[in-house]
Design a protein around this ligand. Structure first.
Ligand code: NAP
Length: 368
């Protein structure tokens, strides 16, 4: 965020200076346009700067505010820690998460380590199962059936992707829907895609996901959590989701629709995606292609949530690569009013939502 605090409201000389700067900027732009003379600093497309009144100060906003997913996730994990302590004290219950990892993919191992650490930090109980690449499908299924019956386990997560000899959807469907804290079981997906106003006796309140009697996938839930925590109005807005996977694109589009946004999904067969994205007040990118969303695809002032995680070669880094999102962040932040970085945007929220789903699953098990 590049926000310039110009003056306090009781400093009349600085306010006079502010108007001088504004007049000079307008004059320079006029001269630049009419004479064809281009100053390099004026070349980049910028959103119209707008003035905010904030606690007796005039703030001159020059570019997009960066959404701090890390800070929000720390806050949520602290909230969860408090909830776990209350569950322990009042019900003598500790929420438990089982994490199944197959094979030796470095990225999967890292994600599993982060998930177990988050359990530890929040006071949840975690059980890890690490299988070699050669494990049979039956062995994993037997374990899942045992975990489905285990009263100490409230959530079961199978780290994806699985090796190709395993049937991913068969394995995910074996997890009972109550313990499917990743929200990928077809019954949980079906509930998400329903526009019923009631589930059984319970009225659906889409403003409070925690009240719902089913699990919502963690990353899509994290995207909405970021919008909520930054007080982005969703209702009545135009939202465009780029990507339609079961894991991210489809569920996040459903969540936006349930929050009364008008939603369009863009996918690999959409002609002229840039013209569709240009109409969006809220853009969610979940493609998996580095920098595919350009700054000139965006409507000035829109809010951008970048889910993509892509590694690009970078010899300046010790490991030889760096992670980037689907959005051309450096240029897009000059156009958007709010934008997530990669890393440090949606990623941390995914883990926080997993912890929250596990705690909710534990609470539901106490009620039933
Ligand atoms: P996926 O299953 O590969 O789906 C990608 C989607 O993008 C598909 O729907 C595909 O359309 C669409 N697409 C591909 N090329 C396109 C193009 N040129 N224009 C428009 N749409 C295009 O991927 P995913 O699992 O949804 O993940 C997407 C990204 O999010 C990946 O980078 C992944 O690593 C990241 N991710 C991050 C988190 C996190 O915690 N931050 C969690 C999950 C995933 P078709 O359906 O037409 O093929």
């Amino acid at each position: 965020m590049l926000t310039l605090l110009i003056a306090t409201s009781n400093n009349k000389y600085t306010i006079v200076n502010l108007f001088k700067i504004l007049a000079l900027t307008i004059f320079t732009r006029y001269i630049t346009k009419s004479s064809g003379f281009v100053l390099s600093s004026l070349r980049r497309p910028k959103p119209p700067p707008f003035v905010l009144l904030h606690r007796n100060r005039i703030c001159f906003k020059m570019s997009g505010q960066i959404i701090d997913g890390k800070a929000i996730s720390i806050k949520i994990l602290n909230e969860i820690k408090e909830e776990v302590e209350i569950l322990k004290e009042n019900n003598n219950k500790i929420p438990g998460l089982a994490v199944i990892l197959v094979g030796s993919r470095k990225d999967s191992q890292t994600y599993v380590r982060m998930k177990k650490k988050a359990c530890n930090d929040c006071g949840l109980f975690s059980l890890g199962f690490d299988y070699p690449d050669t494990v049979s499908q039956n062995e994993i299924l037997e374990n899942i059936y045992d975990l489905n019956r285990n009263p100490e386990i409230h959530g079961i997560l199978v780290q994806l992707p699985l090796p190709s000899h395993l049937d991913e959807s068969f394995i995910l469907n074996a997890i009972c829907k109550e313990k499917d804290v990743d929200g990928l079981h077809p019954l949980n997906t079906a509930s998400l895609c329903s526009t019923s106003t009631h589930f059984g006796a319970e009225k659906v309140d889409w403003t409070n996901f925690r009240s719902l009697p089913f699990h919502i996938a963690c990353t899509p839930q994290g995207c909405i959590e970021l919008l909520d925590r930054y007080e982005v109005k969703i209702e009545s807005k135009r939202a465009v989701v780029i990507g339609r996977s079961n894991l991210v694109g489809l569920p996040v589009a459903m969540l936006l629709m349930h929050r009364n946004a008008t939603v369009t999904i863009v996918h690999s067969k959409t002609p002229n995606p840039e013209s569709v994205v240009k109409e969006a007040d809220i853009v969610i990118a979940a493609v998996g292609k580095a920098g595919i969303v350009k700054a000139d695809w965006l409507k000035p002032g829109c809010v951008v949530i970048d889910v993509g995680i892509n590694s690009v070669d970078d010899p300046s880094k010790k490991r030889g690569y760096r992670l980037v999102g689907d959005v051309d962040f450096e240029n897009a932040k000059e156009v958007a009013s709010l934008i997530t970085p990669v890393p440090g945007g949606v990623g941390p929220l995914t883990i926080a939502m997993l912890m929250r789903n596990t705690v909710d699953s534990c609470r539901h098990s106490l009620q039933n």
